[in-house]
Design a protein around this ligand. Structure first.
Ligand SMILES: Nc1ncnc2c1ncn2[C@@H]1O[C@H](COP(=O)(O)OP(=O)(O)OP(=O)(O)O)[C@@H](O)[C@H]1O
Length: 584
């Protein structure tokens, strides 16, 4: 019940709907028990005694009871459903909000398909229980207590005899629950894996097709599907074994009524009408007892779903605003790293070691080094995507964690290696970080990013709808829109992480010409593999294995005889080779 207790804040505010539904359920149960009682009176006081005049009145009473019951059932089901739907609406919103604020570290280990199945199938499983499961559990309690009450009133000994099989039934139900709960948890996990497979396959369809791995992907999916199927089969086996057993044990009561009840009637210890009423009552009791398996099953499923939802809700947000966080309107953009170390979760060695540098406002810092040397990691500490394990990062003389995340990040324009474009218009993609931006701001940003001309050539210009992940644009065009997006923020710090790697040299040159204008008054970090992209930087930091191994201006570094010079020579040699092949 811990899961339900923890999720209480989502359904408890709507308890009035739940209690209305429950009171009506009790009412419906009481009325239901009136049927066999009316039947008993009709037989014992009407037919047996020859008082036929009563029968039309009893029939009318019966119709009235049925109408009442129908109305009560309608309202009871409606309020019960509303209870589930409204609770889950709030839960779904909360889950989505939580996902927005979870740190990058969470996503490093999470799988999209699995998260999707939590937000859909698990939420739905939980709703189903709130709407129907609770009601079914209470129906069980109400029906059993009311029916047994009436049965005891008619005959104590016959009631006790009908209860003979109940302890066995209880054992069967208990064992069923013990098996079915883990089985359902397994099904939910397996479904999450299945979703992940589909999602990854669709997202990576280019890679799959270009490497002709369709067969491999299909068999990978088939394995997951097989696992899902096997789990479903083994769960349905549990059902198949226990359901008839529970039904059989329940039916022992019917046999007892017919044999022992018949004996009592013959000896005049029970009236015939009472025996008929008994027979109907045991029918009412058996139904919830037998479906108790189904209800428990639903309970188990929703408990498993609730646990998976709680895993998201309870995940540590880690990187949040500190108390009294500063709301900096506009930073000047002085960035300082003081002996910073970074260790990613699960990694044995540090990704950054003893990083120390200071970037004055408006300066351009170039970061170069082999892949995995830590260039991106440096920039991700400025935006607080991750926290350093040692040392501190300062912006405008204050530690980055002193600012509110919003004010910090809205001062930093980040163009990533692979920026994500949403399936909406180009205009709204550019203005994504600054929704209040005017059309002039958007066009200005696009012009700076050398994107305006190609946007104007598109049929709907800035109103062109982009497909998912920017489908319909070339890699270079997507990147230019991403650059425009960062510029649109008018940030005081601009980070270009391999931002021009997807464009040709000519476009790169043009973008850089434009960026030179953009960089004015902003501290800019350029991560690049091509020396040509950062040779004008005020300071170049050369990284190797998470350490700064060289620093200085382009000309100074060329004289150093270190890694920078080596990279330059390789790239220069390549250029020479290209030129020779073109001229020669
Ligand atoms: N989210 C992460 N979780 C765990 N390890 C990570 C994560 N991101 C980066 N790393 C590791 O940290 C190290 C530095 O990575 P980083 O991305 O900063 O390098 P980089 O110099 O930007 O490389 P590239 O030029 O390929 O982009 C690498 O060893 C990488 O494997």
């Amino acid at each position: 019940m811990d899961t339900f207790k923890k999720l209480k804040s989502f359904y408890w505010p709507y308890r009035h709907l739940f209690f209305t539904s429950m009171v009506l359920l009790l009412f419906v149960n009481v009325i239901t028990v009136a049927y066999p009682i009316i039947l008993q009176i009709t037989i014992d006081d009407g037919i047996t005694k020859g008082e036929y005049g009563w029968i039309p009145y009893l029939a009318l009473g019966f119709i009235a009871v049925m109408i009442f019951r129908g109305l009560a059932t309608f309202v009871q089901q409606y309020t019960g459903d509303l209870f589930g739907i409204t609770s889950v609406y709030k839960l779904r919103n909360e889950l989505y909000k939580k996902l927005q604020y979870l740190p990058f570290r969470y996503y490093d280990n999470a799988k999209t398909g699995d998260l999707m199945s939590r937000l859909t199938a698990d939420v739905e499983g939980f709703r189903f229980f709130l709407s129907f499961g609770f009601t079914e559990l209470l129906r069980f309690v109400f029906t059993l207590s009311i029916c047994f009450g009436v049965m005891f009133y008619y005959s104590v000994s016959l009631t006790l005899m009908t209860m003979i099989s109940l302890p066995f039934l209880a054992i069967a139900v208990y064992r069923f629950d013990k098996l079915i709960h883990p089985a359902f948890r397994g099904i939910r996990r397996s479904f999450g894996r299945l979703n992940t497979n589909v999602q990854e396959n669709i997202s990576g369809i280019n890679t799959v097709k270009s490497l002709s791995r369709e067969g491999f992907q299909t068999s990978k999916f088939m394995n997951s599907n097989e696992d899902f199927k096997n789990r479903e089969i083994s769960t349905s086996n549990i059902w198949a074994k226990y359901f008839p057993l529970m039904e059989l044990l329940g039916n022992v009561g019917v046999i007892v009524i017919l044999s022992y009840g018949g004996y009592l009637v013959i000896h005049g210890d029970l009236k015939p009408g009472e025996l008929v009423a008994f027979y109907s009552l045991i029918g009412y009791i058996l139904d919830p007892i037998i479906t108790l398996g189904f209800t428990i099953n639903m309970f188990s499923q929703s408990k498993a779903s609730g646990e998976r939802l709680l895993e998201i809700l309870e995940a540590d947000e880690e990187i949040t605003d500190n108390e009294n966080a500063l709301q900096a309107e506009r930073l000047t953009g002085e960035v300082e790293f003081n002996n910073v170390t970074l260790q990613y979760f699960g990694d044995e060695k540090a990704a950054l070691k003893e990083i120390t540098f200071k970037a004055q406002p408006g300066k351009v810092i170039g970061l170069i080094g082999s892949t995995g040397s830590g260039k991106t990691s440096i920039t991700q500490l400025m935006t607080r995507f991750y926290e350093p394990a040692g040392g501190a990062v300062y912006i405008d003389g204050k530690k980055v964690n002193e600012y509110s995340l919003h004010s910090l990040r809205s001062n930093i324009g980040f163009v990533m290696q692979e920026s994500f474009l949403f399936s909406s218009t180009i205009k709204s993609n550019i203005a994504y970080g600054k929704p209040e931006a005017s059309m002039e701001d958007i066009i200005h940003a696009a012009k700076m990013a050398q994107a305006h001309d190609f946007i104007m050539e598109l049929p709907d210009g800035y109103d062109t709808m982009l497909g998912e992940r920017g489908l319909g644009l070339s890699g270079g065009q997507k990147q230019r829109i991403a650059i425009a997006r960062a510029i649109c923020l008018d940030p005081s710090i601009l980070i270009l992480d391999d931002a021009t790697s997807a464009v040709d040299m000519d476009t790169e040159f043009k973008i850089q010409e434009g960026l030179r204008e953009v960089m004015k008054g902003r501290t800019t970090f350029i991560i690049a593999h091509r020396i040509s992209s950062l040779k004008h930087a005020d300071e170049i930091l050369v990284l190797e294995n998470g350490r700064i191994v060289e620093r200085g201006k382009h000309d100074e570094l060329l004289e150093n005889g270190g890694p920078y010079e080596r990279i330059y020579k390789i790239q220069f040699r390549d250029q020479q080779a290209i030129l020779q092949s073109q001229t020669g």
